[in-house]
Design a protein around this ligand. Structure first.
Ligand SMILES: C[S@@+](CC[C@H](N)C(=O)[O-])C[C@H]1O[C@@H](n2cnc3c(N)ncnc32)[C@H](O)[C@@H]1O
Length: 331
């Protein structure tokens, strides 16, 4: 994190007199050193102060007028933006200071996983198995990883998208929230979960970045709800309750979903998912079971490991450990 007396370190035209910028953690010391080396080219040393550390542990004066943060997840709050920026606003910024980005929203729509990856088996690629084992070994027991799906086909969505998580960084910023929304089914198909994606406003009047429809640094996330796909038709409603509550690190949220799918035959199909940031409930993470492979079923020859998705899989690491995987569908 750094503060500038005159302008934002990355923008010579920035109008605000002081700025703070969230910077990489100590594990990113190299990046910090790189920034320090480059600083003299940006401004004289008395105008920018570069600090190394997590914003939540830092103190500095004077307080900042502007804070630019790059800690938005594919689920908007997954990286702890609400808690981190609420803390920054309270301790590190002047009252009325400006946070960039302005707003982040997670939207959700009803889908079936296999429709997101058409023409390929729904399974992890062989090359992903070491990463998957790494994740589960790190955790110590099986759990459902969050499945990031890059470039899903737009016609896989069976309902409109509706906001389920809203972070207003310059307004009423909530670190915990619970939204219930009715996703009206617009096309016949099969539903076994929801696809979520990010809308991000850097400034209030900007057009938001849309992680579903635009090529961005964020991808969509599939969250399973039902063991078996449920047939749906227009007029059916997926009633979705989406809750984010701070985990025991008081920064990153655990997510919980509950769903009731009301179908035309008068039936109600119930599903649920618990997706913790770390740690897992003692039982299955889904009330109806898991749709992802479990370590206890994983030998090298286990069926779940064969014929795995041919799409690219990327592994996302935190603290040197793989924490989530990405399935990419070739464009
Ligand atoms: C999406 S990355 C952006 C990295 C960098 N800005 C870049 O362009 O390469 C988010 C970074 O913010 C860091 N981070 C997360 N919470 C932070 C906090 N409270 N204070 C400082 N850095 C934090 C993470 O460790 C990670 O390096």
């Amino acid at each position: 994190m750094g503060s500038s007396q005159q302008r934002h370190p990355d923008s010579r035209d920035f109008k605000h007199p002081r700025a703070c910028r969230l910077r990489a953690r100590p594990s990113s010391t190299q990046r910090y050193v790189g920034e320090a080396v480059n600083l003299p080219a940006l401004a004289s040393p008395d105008r920018i102060t570069l600090l190394l550390g997590e914003s939540t542990s830092l103190r500095f004066a004077p307080r900042a007028d502007v804070c630019v943060a790059e800690i938005i997840g594919s689920l908007a709050d997954a990286e702890g933006a609400a808690a981190v920026l609420a803390d920054a606003r309270t301790r590190l910024m002047e009252p009325g200071g400006l946070v960039i980005p302005h707003r982040a929203v997670t939207l959700a729509a009803a889908v079936r996983l296999s429709d997101l990856l058409p023409d390929q088996p729904v399974a992890f690629a062989e090359s992903a198995l070491p990463y998957m084992r790494d994740i589960l070994d790190w955790h110590g027991r099986p759990f459902d990883v969050r499945l990031r799906v890059e470039n899903p086909p737009a016609d896989a969505l069976l309902s409109e998208g509706a906001p389920v998580e809203v972070l207003d960084f310059n307004g009423d910023l909530q670190t915990q929230q619970c939204t219930t929304t009715g996703l009206a089914i617009t096309r016949p198909g099969l539903v076994d979960g929801v696809l979520t994606w990010l809308n991000l406003w850097c400034l209030p009047d900007d057009e938001p970045l849309d992680a579903l429809r635009m090529k961005t640094n964020w991808v969509t996330i599939y969250l399973p709800l039902f063991d078996s796909p449920v047939p749906v038709e227009p007029g059916d409603v997926l009633e979705l309750t989406f809750a984010a509550a701070l985990s025991d690190d008081w920064v990153h949220p655990d997510y919980q979903l509950q769903a009731v799918l009301h179908t035309a035959d008068g039936r109600q199909h119930r599903g649920a998912l618990v997706s913790p940031h770390h740690g897992a409930p003692s039982g299955p993470t889904r009330s109806t079971g898991s749709s992802f492979p479990r370590t206890d079923r994983h030998g090298p020859d286990a069926p779940a490991h064969r014929g795995l998705a041919r799409g690219l899989l990327r592994a996302f690491r935190r603290d040197g450990k793989v924490r989530s995987l990405e399935v990419a569908r070739p464009r």
